[in-house]
Ligand binder design. Structure first.
Ligand code: GUN
Length: 291
């Protein structure tokens, strides 16, 4: 069993990105600039946005964090987005999800200009992804594809089972893994909360990608020997063995499942750090497209 070390790979890629930004600066080109919009005070979202801003700083990308209370109206938020669309110094921006219930996620994502949609969530960019046209790939699936490529994992003709059908992870993951491309070319099965014979299907997986949002959902009886397991989940659960009283776990029961795997991503330190790297890469792409 080999651990897919997302932390190590992401550090390596961040060094490459920092070199690229330094080169842009040396050539007198525009410094890439990412804005992140955060609404309300959801603890996890605050951490994610803080990490995105910190990563920008570490590689020399300019960043702006825009925070609003959960009482912001939908129209006010849409106006913020329109202004970001118009702001020529901002190359790309994200609106951290989830949003408060009174704000339509669909309207928000539709209002972001596709050229600045570095999350790749706008319907135009999702459509381009499905068609295999150049676009911004959503950060988590792009990060996973990069991990599979950097570990040179043989995916050709293999059965990839994706557990979860979210717009952010499961759906794009299934699309990307079925593409005619190196480190893809899989036969893909997508499972979700209504799949009746889940264990039967996950046991057929050569590559199992789990983004179901339930801690320790995948147990050893659900995984075939030699499987490559990618765990997208991240949950804080109570723990008696840590000083803090809690620990981070994924959607996969790592302790049980990892001995069976050929490769597995740990939590933390697997998929998570790669997600931010993809966002940085998209921001640079957005900047270069315009300057
Ligand atoms: N919430 C969870 N993941 C993401 C992400 O990749 N982008 C945004 N904007 N919100 C998220």
């Amino acid at each position: 069993m080999e651990i897919i070390d997302g932390k190590k790979v992401s550090t390596q890629i961040k060094e490459e990105i920092a070199e690229e930004v330094a080169r842009l600066v040396a050539e007198g080109k525009k410094i890439p600039h990412l804005a992140a919009v955060l609404v309300g005070n959801d603890g996890a979202s605050e951490t994610y946005v803080a990490n995105k801003v910190k990563a920008c700083q570490a590689v020399g990308i300019k960043s702006t964090e825009l925070r609003y209370g959960s009482d912001i109206t939908e129209e006010q938020l849409l106006e913020v987005i329109r202004q970001l669309n118009e702001d020529s110094d901002i190359d790309g921006f994200i609106v951290q999800l989830p949003l408060p219930k009174h704000i339509s996620e669909e309207k928000v994502l539709n209002t972001i200009h596709p050229d600045k949609d570095v999350d790749g969530f706008h319907p135009c960019n999702v459509g381009k992804m499905v068609l295999g046209l150049p676009t911004y790939l959503p950060a988590t699936p792009a990060g996973i594809m990069e991990l599979l490529a950097r570990y040179d994992i043989d995916t050709e003709g293999k059965h990839c089972v994706v557990v979860g059908r979210s717009n952010i992870v499961g759906t794009p993951m299934a699309v990307l893994m079925s593409r005619k491309a190196k480190h893809a070319n899989c036969t893909v099965t997508m499972c979700h909360s209504r799949t009746s014979n889940l264990k039967e299907i996950t046991r057929q997986a050569d590559i199992l990608i789990v983004a179901i949002g339930v801690p320790h959902f995948i147990t050893k009886d659900m995984v075939r020997e030699g499987c490559v397991v990618v765990d997208v989940g991240i949950h804080r659960i109570p723990s008696e063995t840590t000083k803090s009283g809690w620990k981070l776990v994924g959607d996969v029961d790592f302790e049980q499942v990892s001995p069976l795997c050929s490769y597995i991503t740990p939590v933390p330190g697997g998929v998570g750090p790669m997600t931010i790297v993809s966002l940085l890469q998209n921001t640079i792409k957005a900047c270069k497209a315009k300057h």
